[in-house]
Ligand binder design. Sequence first.
Ligand code: GUN
Length: 296
Amino acid sequence: MLVLDGKIASAAVKASLLEQTTALKAAGKRTPHLAAILVGNNGASETYVASKVKNCEETGFGSSLYRFEETVSEQELLAKIEELNKDKNVDGILVQLPLPKHIDDAKVIEAIHPNKDVDGFHPSNVGRLVQGLNSFIPATPYGVLLMLEYFNIPTKGKNAVVIGRSNIVGRPMSVLLSADHPQGNATVTCCHRYTPKEDLIAACKNADILVVAVGIPEFVTADMIKPGAVIIDVGITRVEDATAKKGFRIKGDVNYEQAITKASAVTPVPGGVGLMTIAGLLMNTMKAYEGKFYHN
Ligand code: GUN
């Protein structure tokens, strides 16, 4: 059984990016710059954004963090995005989700210029991704692709099942696994909340690659896993635990102890896909800097 260690795979991505930023600095050039926007005091969001900023520093990227109160108006947020769109020193803009209820996520996402949309959430990038055109790939599915590449996991002609159809993970993941590229060309089934349980189990039992992104701790159990399957656990849920130092533990969507008895490879949680998401974001920021995904 192979542990798909996100620490190792993300370190390789970051080392290569650090090499590039070191060369840029040596040539007297500026390095990629990520601007992150955080609204409110959601504990998980605070942790994610802090980690994104820290990883920028570790790879020689510039970063800036703009914090807003929970009560910020949509207009104020849109004005900040417009300012960052125009700022020539900012390559990537990230608005951490979820946003407070009074703010329209879609409006905020569409306000980010597609060339700076390093989360890959803008409809223009999503449309391009679906058509197989150059685009930003949302960071988590991108991280999964980088993980598959690093560990040389074949996908061509395999049966892949994605559980979950969110815009952030499940939907782009199922598109990417079926697309014509080295980590694609799989036969993909996308399951979701209306997939009858017996159909879900049958699909999973036939999955050579199973990607789980539902946000329900230990949703996938041993009986759902095909012997020898590759299991990619995208779940990161905080579960209250009075015995833990922080008062909670991080749980994945897969019962890890059960999965390792049947699978050939499994991502741990924490230490798996979460770290790869950051690697995907950094890769996108470098690509934005290089102007790789220019469209008018
Ligand atoms: N919230 C959960 N995942 C993500 C992500 O990948 N990007 C942003 N901006 N917000 C998130």
